[in-house]
Design a protein around this ligand. Structure first.
Ligand SMILES: [Zn+2]
Ligand SMILES: [Zn+2]
Length: 139
């Protein structure tokens, strides 16, 4: 694909809901107009501060130690989840109104409760088990 507006080109990806949407400028070459709402949605869906794959019902996520702290913001999730680090780590999770807990133990995060990730010294890989939810890739 090539954007009619800015000439940015990209490969079509399987499962892309907006294959004609330019992820640089937001121009949709099929609709022949800018589609900033879809661009914003795409950025939100693809701007997570980790890499992820799904294995046996777990979302396995790797966070880099070089991550910008600004990306580890307080947020809420849509379902209960259990999070635990695959290896020894000093990364932590802090749940609203609680002291931070090291990720080497299993941490339960109830849905709708604010929490944040606190960066440690090395990269970390965590397994996230979403409870009471069907597997969907993100978030
Ligand atoms: Zn473009
Ligand atoms: Zn979360």
């Amino acid at each position: 694909m090539r954007c009619k507006n800015c000439n940015w080109s990209w490969d079509n990806e399987k499962g892309d809901t907006n294959p004609y949407l330019c992820h640089k400028c937001g121009y949709d070459s099929y609709l022949d107009k800018f589609d900033m709402d879809s661009l914003k949605k795409w950025e939100e869906d693809n701007n997570y501060p980790f890499k992820e794959y799904v294995e046996e019902g777990y979302h396995v996520r790797t966070f880099s130690k070089d991550i910008d702290d600004m990306k580890l913001i307080w947020h809420r999730d849509k379902e209960d989840r259990l999070v635990e680090s695959v290896d020894e780590t000093d990364w932590m999770i802090q749940i609203d109104n609680e002291i931070p807990k090291v990720l080497s133990e299993k941490i339960f995060i109830p849905k709708g409760v604010f929490h944040r990730v606190i960066k440690g010294t090395d990269d970390v890989t965590v397994k996230v088990k979403k409870l009471n939810s069907k597997i969907n890739p993100l978030p």
